[in-house]
Design a protein around this ligand. Structure first.
Ligand code: ATP
Length: 370
């Protein structure tokens, strides 16, 4: 069993830099966990503590059932794949993959079998005699993965392994790593700053900011039920549209007013919560995702739909869809509509949204109200 448990893990660097503040998580055997967040949020430090490359300032780290705080990296039964591959340039692909096993003094035929098996999984059997400099970026990354696979670790740790690849190859390797995880049936902990990688690869995602965990959940839940404004803005591309609003009562009905007085309607359930929790006359952040803004022409105004209006400043055709950039209530917003839309830059546009698709966040705590 390769469960990884982080109990109140903290990392304080000299100068009282609190890189990781209080990390608590149980990573189940065979999970694919992605740590994601902006630069400096503490994700690499967390991974390096799990790897044993960085001392843990406070807290307990378990791999399997073993407390490993004081166990050295090489005895933790983990393998780490780095961003820069860290291959030995003077060695062949075969030797790069075999090296760790040779150090462990495994019999030659066992090493040979493991290297060839890993090469087969990664489809690099034809490259075994080459030196790293004669490989493409994607092939080098496969060799780095191969070197980790042959060790048959309980846990794979990966730190931005795809960031040196071009966009197309990154997408391809992303799928490869997901397949590899299924094939190997081991626990993966993967660090990235790219929310698309996190969303597509993780069975659960850990979103971090300033050394703190913001949310741990499945990609779908993080997207649909962000716990705070930061998560809502970090996950999703294009970003969620955020307006400043005030909760008001109009003809007995609770609604939001944006800064230019545009009304935003919410469901009855949401009205109740706003009233019960004392939000009347208070400021809130109002969020609507770009794909929840529909073009009026395409979808007539149904019950529980309302409309906001703007002028298209830029229309971008993305292939299957179009992005309309417009300004509403002083905020730059994006609507993600069908590519068949005939609207173009300079046109007025009416955008529908379902009341159910409105997110509200507390103005002070930035926590989601609904
Ligand atoms: P990136 O995506 O840029 O790699 P990250 O989320 O992985 O960022 P970390 O590298 O874990 O972030 O760094 C977290 C914080 O700890 C940062 O503020 C960083 O400056 C600080 N830090 C990292 N290493 C050290 C160190 N050796 N000494 C002091 N502070 C450090």
């Amino acid at each position: 069993m390769a469960k990884v448990i982080l109990k109140s893990i903290k990392k304080i660097y000299p100068g009282n830099v609190q890189a990781v503040k209080d990390f608590n998580m149980e990573i189940e055997d065979k999970e694919f966990i992605v740590l994601v967040g902006p630069s400096g949020c503490g994700k690499t430090t967390t991974l390096r503590m799990v790897a044993g490359l960085e001392d843990i300032s406070e807290g307990e780290l378990y791999i399997g059932d073993r407390l490993v705080n004081d166990v050295s990296a090489k005895d933790r039964d983990i393998a780490m794949v780095f961003q820069n591959y860290a291959l030995y340039p003077h060695m062949s692909v075969y030797d790069n993959m075999a090296f760790g096993l040779q150090l462990r003094k495994l019999p030659k035929d066992v090493i040979d079998e493991k290297v060839k098996e890993a090469a087969k999984i990664l489809e690099i059997e034809h490259l075994l005699d080459r030196k790293p400099k004669a490989l493409s970026g994607g092939q080098r990354q496969r060799v780095a993965l191969g070197r980790a696979i042959v060790r048959e670790p309980k846990v794979f740790l990966m730190d931005e392994p795809l960031s040196n690849l071009d966009a197309k190859l990154r997408v391809q390797m992303r799928t490869e790593i997901t397949k590899l995880h299924k094939k190997l049936q081991s626990t993966f902990i993967y660090v990235t700053h790219d929310q698309v990688e996190a969303m597509t690869m993780g069975s659960r995602i850990v979103i971090m900011k300033d050394g703190d965990i913001q949310q741990i959940d499945t990609p779908q839940n993080v997207y649909e039920n962000p716990e705070n404004l930061f998560v809502a803005e970090f996950i999703g591309s294009p970003q969620i549209n955020i307006f400043n609003g005030t909760v008001v009562k109009n003809h007995g009905k609770i609604e939001l007013r944006l800064e230019d007085d545009t009304p935003i309607h919410v469901t009855e359930e949401m009205e109740k919560i706003l009233e019960q929790r004392g939000y009347l006359e208070r400021k809130v952040y109002v969020g609507i995702r770009p794909e929840h803004l529909h073009e009026r022409e395409i979808q007539p105004l149904h019950h529980n739909y309302s409309m906001i209006c703007g002028k298209i400043e830029v229309a971008e055709l993305m292939g299957a869809e179009k992005y309309f950039h417009t300004t509403i209530s002083g905020k730059q917003i994006i609507a993600r509509v069908d590519s068949k839309s005939v609207k173009k830059s300079g046109d007025d546009i009416e955008l529908n949204y379902h009341w159910d698709k409105v997110y509200l966040f507390d103005f002070e705590t930035e926590k989601r109200i609904f």
